[in-house]
Design a protein around this ligand. Structure first.
Ligand code: FES
Length: 179
């Protein structure tokens, strides 16, 4: 018998053996249908558990967020009343030593404060007294000092406003206002 025919016969025998499931039943002791059922059930369990976990996490974050917005007052002293001259500015730590705010005594408006973290990629902004803008030197972003709104550059969101309160002659930063 030619060699090619012998190879074809052997291969057909192997295929028949495979189709009878002898190899699979030895390596995987589960029936194919049962295996499929287990996989679907596991997938369903995973989806239900995943959805539940996401729901719980989202609810927890929403609860923490609403708690912070009502009680997130810090009262950090920024300056004495009248200490910052018109069109002058200073930076201060707020709400802790890891973040900073910038307060400006704006002509015609008085004291305003914002987070000094650029809303593009978090560089610190600087006040430009000449044109009353905040300038971010990293990518030439500009914000209006009177509103905190974006004037130019890559940032798309305004600077977060920091609420100020004057108490017994001291200017305090109170909390960051989401916008
Ligand atoms: S970080 Fe401010 S413009 Fe990019």
């Amino acid at each position: 018998m030619p060699r090619r025919a012998r190879r074809e016969i052997a291969s057909a025998r192997r295929l028949r053996q495979f189709m009878r499931g002898q190899q699979w039943s030895e390596e995987f002791p589960y029936h194919w249908r049962a295996d499929d059922l287990v996989t679907r059930r596991d997938t369903l369990r995973f989806l239900v558990a995943g959805s539940g976990a996401l729901f719980v996490a989202t609810s927890a974050l929403a609860a923490v967020g609403s708690l912070r917005s009502t009680t997130g007052e810090h009262l950090v002293a920024v300056a004495r009343e009248g200490e910052i001259a018109e069109n002058e500015w200073r930076v201060f730590n707020f709400p802790d030593e890891y973040a900073q705010g910038i307060v400006v005594n704006l002509p015609g408006k008085g004291l305003v404060a914002y987070s000094d973290v650029c809303t593009h990629l978090s560089c610190a902004v600087l006040y430009q007294p000449g044109d009353r803008k905040f300038h971010c030197p990293c990518h030439e972003g500009f914000f209006d000092a009177y509103s905190g709104d974006v004037l130019a550059g890559p940032p798309t969101r305004p600077l977060p406003l920091i609420e100020l309160r004057i108490q017994n002659g001291v200017v305090y930063a109170v909390r960051e206002v989401e916008r």
